[in-house]
Design a protein around this ligand. Sequence first.
Ligand code: BV8
Ligand code: ZN
Length: 257
Amino acid sequence: MTATARARTLVASAERMVVLTGAGMSAESGVPTFRGPAGLWKSFRPEELATPRAFARDPRLVWEWYAWRRSLVADCQPNPAHLALARFALEAPGRTTTVTQNVDGLHHRAARSVADDLGMSSPEPAFALEVHGAIHRDRCSGCARLVDTPAEVDATDATSLPRCDHCGHLMRPDVVWFGEPLDPDVIGAAFAAARAADLCLVVGTSALVHPAASVPDVTLRSGGIVVEVNLEPTPLSPRATSSVMGRAGELLPEILA
Ligand code: BV8
Ligand code: ZN
């Protein structure tokens, strides 16, 4: 039996599944991953820009990076991996919970388009828990007020950066930076789904960033198993019952068929 066929059998016999996704899930949509050559921006490592200290030191530079990523993501479409997962979740509501580290919103977009195709009123069962936030939303760095559809950011000079019309503080992307706590309700829901799952499907993540990277271990500790899909082995591979090497966009439609 091929690794893909085995993964498909394991997924088919799972009662409750939690899915953890990372940048590799969106790679085939054209969104650069973090590690490896594609992750660099103007020779900055993501960890150098995605921090409160970087924003305090040079908000214009940080906004220039997020404006670049926002415009890039806006031109990307969900790929067959996002669509297969959305269909799987919508066809058996309550059976699957998706937890994503991605801030690109592509899981939500896939959920909406598949729900339309299936003539379903609510895409919500296929919405992902965005534990690291969402790049298309702004949040005030002072009063935390959210702006869902922010204006395009002109990051050419610091005086033109967006400010809160309530308290005047600088707006920032509504993402979680390194050294910042995750939203306790969102990560709490992710861990609860991981505890209740008998299978954790891990797709396109190097499983290095915490606490998201410990979602599979929560499922393992509560007696469940891990199935991994990645281009290459990761620190998680030794703990996976099945590790399928390849591209998520090609493998997930087969595994979730
Ligand atoms: C916090 C949003 C505490 C912003 C991101 C325990 C141990 C060690 C360190 C820590 C620890 N606990 C906390 C830390 C510190 C830190 C951390 O984990 N550091 C790491 C670097 C060691 N964690 C934090 O700081 C977290 N906060 O702990 O707060 C606290 C508590 C109370 C009060 C104050 C503080 C916050 C972490 C969140 C940071 N924000 N993103 C933005 O996007 O700009 S993280 C960001 O990087 C992503 O969201 C993602 O999580 C991570 C990138 O990882 P991946 O998604 O896996 O991407 P990567 O490129 O690495 O890998 C891609 C994979 O896909 C590869 O394996 C590749 O082979 C594969 N692939 C590629 N193409 C394909 C594919 N697979 C299949 N198909 C393909 N086509
Ligand atoms: Zn404010």
